[in-house]
Write a protein that binds this ligand. Structure first.
Ligand SMILES: Nc1nc2c(ncn2[C@@H]2O[C@H](COP(=O)(O)OP(=O)(O)OP(=O)(O)O)[C@@H](O)[C@H]2O)c(=O)[nH]1
Ligand SMILES: [K+]
Ligand SMILES: [Mg+2]
Length: 489
């Protein structure tokens, strides 16, 4: 009964919807989707299909205008009898030629049919949700899959769309429901001594076990969310260190202006990158120095702010400025970090700094090879510092090694989307899970004083879990989710 409370109200939508489901612009084949009770009428009127159709079979048909009978295109037609369709309703697909005029003609013809109208963004998926074909986390996974730009994002989204995350939350809900039933039974029957004493102890241990599991899931350092939205990597450092050159080298195009004038970059320049299958949002920032120029000062303020929010900061250092004596380099770099970016200095938290920072010793082409090698040796032996890589943005020497270090760092920040339990991917889920854990605290708090209040805690925890999977109060969330969906999905 509790399954998809909203299903009943909207599933009997009498309207039939249609939309272009493939991308816009000229293409070989375009797919137009139709869903709703009039789908078979559409096929009769536009593809001349009168007999009972074999479902899920592609038929090559003349596609005609239902009124004038003019030939619009020749294409493949598919029929899906509900409930065995994506939306759960009777549905049809037209695979037509992808020219703009063909698409327009077919869409216009569809719109001229009675009871058939263009779909809104995400409306097909919304119907699938209402028909119980997908839970909310699966819908979100589907949305992520459509937006996935890198391999790792695709893997994570696919896992979620396949229902792994939904099943995890559902399992927790199921166990909480049993706890609740036991507590309620205890309240109702314990006075008549019709229930064993051990019941509440069992509930205690189940609740504790659940809390542990939910907390472990929450303690993921935001890896899944980061993979979903991209790792924030910021390039920072003194003026003229070669920050903009590094951005351009990494994105392989002249995205930021490079010049020998100190203070060239003021605004933040952003690009997105695919680093070994993981999404990175890379920002170049203004060189850090005191300036009398108010515009530059604002640039520096923004740079520092960006560093505070970053998952990872690439601190670029002009390696011609390093002390010629390699032994002095580690101390110099420590000092440098604490002056340019005090919040990232090892003193501010050794562990934090080495996890959140990579040092890029740029312009290595200007440093004699022998000096560079000895410096590298010194740096290997100073564990207090974040990892440091020599690099030349001019010659690309050292780029491969640097990319390897960067990639492994990004990978750690995102986690492996295929291993272990499915990741927490959205702040929305996190908020409800945290509230769930809080509600379970209420259970412990009142367990010995007022069982009714304790039970209320369990009920509240259940409600929060239900909001994640869409079993409770889905409507408002659906509006937010589908705002990001494209038409035709
Ligand atoms: N020799 C050499 N010069 C470099 C290298 N990378 C950058 N440069 C030069 O260093 C100067 C500064 O480079 P930018 O990339 O503008 O430096 P920036 O850190 O962005 O400077 P601001 O934006 O002003 O803070 C330019 O003249 C670059 O051509 C390098 O690897 N080797
Ligand atoms: K510059
Ligand atoms: Mg710059």
């Amino acid at each position: 009964t509790e399954a998809y409370l909203y299903s009943q109200s909207s599933v009997c939508d009498a309207e039939t919807i249609f939309a272009l489901s493939s991308g816009h612009g000229r293409c070989g084949v375009a797919v137009v989707r139709v869903s709703g009770p009039a789908s078979s009428m559409v096929l009769r009127n536009m593809a001349g299909l009168t007999q009972a159709l074999p479902p899920r079979t592609a038929l090559l048909r003349r596609i005609t205008d239902p009124q004038s009978k003019e030939l619009l295109d020749r294409g493949l037609v598919l029929w899906f009898k509900g409930p065995h369709s994506f939306t759960g309703e009777d549905s049809a697909e037209f695979h037509i030629h992808g020219g703009p005029a063909v698409i327009t003609a077919v869409l216009q013809a569809l719109g001229s049919l009675e009871g058939v109208r263009p779909a809104e963004a995400g409306e097909f998926t919304r119907r699938a949700f209402h028909a119980g074909k997908l839970g909310l986390t699966e819908v979100e996974g589907l949305g992520d899959l459509i937006h996935a730009e890198t391999e790792a994002q695709r893997r994570q989204a696919l896992r979620q769309m396949d229902g792994e995350l939904g099943r995890l939350y559902q399992d927790w809900s199921y166990r909480l429901k049993r706890c609740l039933a036991h507590v309620e039974a205890f309240i109702d029957f314990s006075e008549d001594e019709l229930i064993e004493d051990g019941v509440l102890n069992q509930v205690d241990s189940s609740v504790c076990q659940l809390e542990t599991e939910i907390e472990r899931h929450l303690k993921d350092e935001r890896r899944g969310e980061r993979l979903r939205t991209g790792v924030q990597v910021v390039i920072a450092g003194a003026t003229n260190a070669g920050k903009s050159s590094l951005l351009n080298t990494l994105c392989q195009r002249p995205a930021a202006i490079v010049s020998p004038i100190a203070g060239t970059t003021r605004d933040i320049v952003e690009t997105s990158l695919d680093i070994g299958g993981f999404p990175v949002l890379l920002s170049d920032t203004a060189g850090l120095r005191d300036s009398s120029d108010s515009v530059e000062r604002e640039g520096v303020r923004r740079a520092r702010q960006r560093v505070e929010q970053a998952d990872l900061t690439l601190v670029v250092v002009d390696s011609t400025q390093l002390p010629p004596d390699p032994q002095l380099v580690p101390a110099f770099l420590q000092e440098h970090l604490s002056t340019v970016l005090p919040s990232l200095s090892p003193e501010a938290g050794m562990k934090a700094a080495s996890d959140r920072v990579l040092l890029v010793l740029n312009k290595s082409d200007l440093v004699p090879e022998e000096q560079r090698e000895r410096t590298e040796g010194e740096l290997r032996e100073s564990p207090g510092l974040p990892p440091a890589c020599f690099l030349s943005c001019y010659t690309s020497t050292g780029l491969e090694d640097f990319l390897t270090v960067l990639q492994s760092r990004v990978k750690t920040l995102c986690g492996d989307p295929l291993s272990g339990a499915p990741s927490l991917t959205q702040a929305r889920h996190r908020a409800h899970l945290q509230q769930s854990v809080q509600a379970l605290n209420q259970y412990h708090q009142y367990r010995d004083q007022d069982l009714a209040l304790a039970a209320e805690g369990v009920r509240l925890a259940l409600t929060h879990l239900g909001r994640i999977t869409g079993r409770v109060g889905a409507e408002e969330i659906l509006d937010i989710i589908f705002r990001d969906f494209c038409i035709g999905k």
